[in-house]
Design a protein around this ligand. Structure first.
Ligand SMILES: [Zn+2]
Length: 335
């Protein structure tokens, strides 16, 4: 039994190393990064003071583009397979380079798009979270990603930080304040999510990555001011996050939920308990599963959304209702 276990483990290690070597060769063969990072690029004036936030529909994943004056900030980069949605938004808004990118944690639904992004856009400042225990697949993904980033770093002044030397910074006329940079020994990679608040005048937006209840508790216990007008709901509205205590402390007017539509949302995000809280507390919910990409603008006082809000169905209920109406439509066509 012991021998069998050892053999399986060794086989796994060999596959793991082979995959790593392949990933690194692919990275080293791609010299287009040199162009991206040595060319001088300047962003146009995106807004005249206002802060524009775009929640990009990247399925059951996260990616937000923030624009203010001539600065662009990308929070997470979705899946590798949904990168085209990000590129479309970057092109539509005439973004020439990313001034800041914050990857809340290195899961493939938050960092997968980076593999394509770095070949197409210069990133001036990149903020990466700390990491801890990882599964083999997570580790493989992480090492390949760091390989890509290190390579990019060789040809530019980009900064890759692993939770070290993080300082709050000014973005356009806004201010980014880091609230949680987990350092402890956590069980899951989600628990290493970077949490930060964006403050523009009286508007406050809380970004939470995929942090879970354990992190929420930590924030509350440390007396961190988590109050915000807009909450990026943690972990796509999963049951692992958004404890009642935490949501009450944030006390948001608006909730942004990035969750998948159809088969992409096998987890049923957002869950009933979370949407019920928003319904009971009259928090207006915008969700990508129902509305696809959502744009909003803050003027330091008021917040304007480009779409009508979503409803308070859980991910599962929404999907079931959609399937029902599809069946109904099919039945009508067949009559
Ligand atoms: Zn996620």
């Amino acid at each position: 039994m012991k021998k069998l276990f050892k053999a399986v483990k060794e086989k796994r290690t060999v596959i793991y190393i082979v995959l790593l070597i392949i990933a690194e060769i692919v990275i080293l063969l791609n010299i287009s990064l040199i162009d991206i990072n040595t060319k001088k690029v300047v962003n146009p004036q995106f807004t005249d003071g206002n802060l524009k936030i775009i929640m990009i529909d990247v399925g059951n994943a996260d990616s937000f583009l923030l624009l203010q004056n001539d600065k662009a900030l990308l929070v997470d980069a979705g899946y590798f397979t949904t990168y085209s949605a990000i590129e479309e938004v970057l092109e539509e808004n005439n973004v020439k380079k990313i001034d800041y990118a914050i990857i809340t944690h290195p899961h493939r639904d938050h960092a997968g798009g980076l593999f394509k992004l770095v070949y197409n856009y210069r990133i001036d400042n990149l903020y990466m979270s700390n990491v801890g225990r990882m599964t083999i697949t997570e580790r493989l993904f992480y090492i390949s990603m760091m390989g890509v980033l290190k390579y990019q770093n060789m040809f530019s002044n980009n900064i890759v930080k692993n939770n070290e030397g993080f300082k709050d910074f000014k973005f356009g006329d806004s201010y980014i304040k880091f609230l949680l940079l987990p350092e402890g020994d956590y069980e899951k990679l989600n628990n290493y999510s970077i949490v930060f608040k964006l403050i523009y005048g009286n508007n406050k937006i809380l970004f939470t990555g995929d942090m879970e209840e354990i992190n929420e508790k930590e924030l509350l216990e440390n007396g961190v001011d988590v109050s915000a007008d807009i909450l990026k709901v943690a972990h796509h509205g999963s049951s692992t996050s958004s404890s009642e205590e935490f949501l009450k402390a944030v006390n948001p007017k608006y909730a942004l939920v990035s969750s998948g539509n159809g088969n992409a949302n096998q987890f049923g995000h957002p869950v009933k308990r979370v949407v019920n809280f928003f319904k009971e507390h009259e928090v207006i919910m915008y969700r990508t599963d129902q509305l696809s990409t959502v744009e909003l603008e803050c003027d330091g006082k008021d917040i304007y959304f480009c779409k009508e809000p979503g409803d308070y169905k859980s991910g599962k209920e929404y999907l079931a209702a959609k399937l029902e109406s599809k069946k109904y439509k099919l039945a009508n066509i067949n009559q």
